[in-house]
Design a protein around this ligand. Sequence first.
Ligand code: PDD
Length: 285
Amino acid sequence: MSLCHLNGNYLPLADARLSPLDRGFLFGDGAYEVIPVYSRWPFRLDEHLDRLQRTLDALRLPNPHPAAEWAAIIATVIAGNEWNDQSVYLQITRGADSVRKHAFPAQIRPTVFLMSEPLHTPDAAQLETGVGAVSAIDYRWLRCDLKTVSLLANCLLRQMAVDADCAEAVLFRDGFLTEGAASNIFAVRNGVLLAPPKSRLILPGITYDIILELAANRGMPNEVREISEAEVRAADELWMTSSTKEVLPIVTLDGQPIGTGRPGELARRMHGWYQEFKNTVMRHA
Ligand code: PDD
């Protein structure tokens, strides 16, 4: 039985109840975060809370808790669940009004919800073979830098990938790579790791930052710049990254091989560095 938090109360997830008038349910009007937890330590909590604050500010949603209270709530949820490695999901919506209307109600209490799941990272077999991806036009809105619960476009795009027996949809806007339906995307060309720049068109991934830090610290040549669709299709390697997928090689795009069609050397190296970083840094406060 997993323990969740709802508006100040801790209770079994199966017992949590919300109003159907909650604006998260009616309008997707809310912010969220997914925080990986290693050996019961929430990783880069400050960075996740900063990203949450940026989303809340853009949504004009007052933050219901200062950082110390968030840390305490998250610690209680972690302690109340059985797994050492977890994925904590945190959501704040604009709350429930008494009527359905688009404009913000004057008086409203935000809904705060947290739950946890076991953290499932890619298994050895998946890392060994890599995964397939499909390409798609990025038809999402122009604030993809915000982590909002309005994820219908992301869900449709991810399902399009699943329907094609693939793991991810690689998105292009105006001929340039943005990101995946639920991950950031990196490319490798001629030994150089390429990342699209942070902008309003991609989510600033916490894992994206780690990958670029590891590349800089270990001397892997890297460039942050716009990457054209043609460059992606002709890349030597393509990776998807996120808190849960870590660094996962994409070996086909629309059924065509990327590079050799096998996970590349730089992906293997980066994955090793990531595991080392996880075991020496992330698992400790
Ligand atoms: N998604 N881009 C998108 C659109 C994402 O949904 C995610 C993560 C990322 C990677 O962010 P991070 O490295 O901070 O996990 C990039 C989470 C895992 C989710 O929605 O479940």
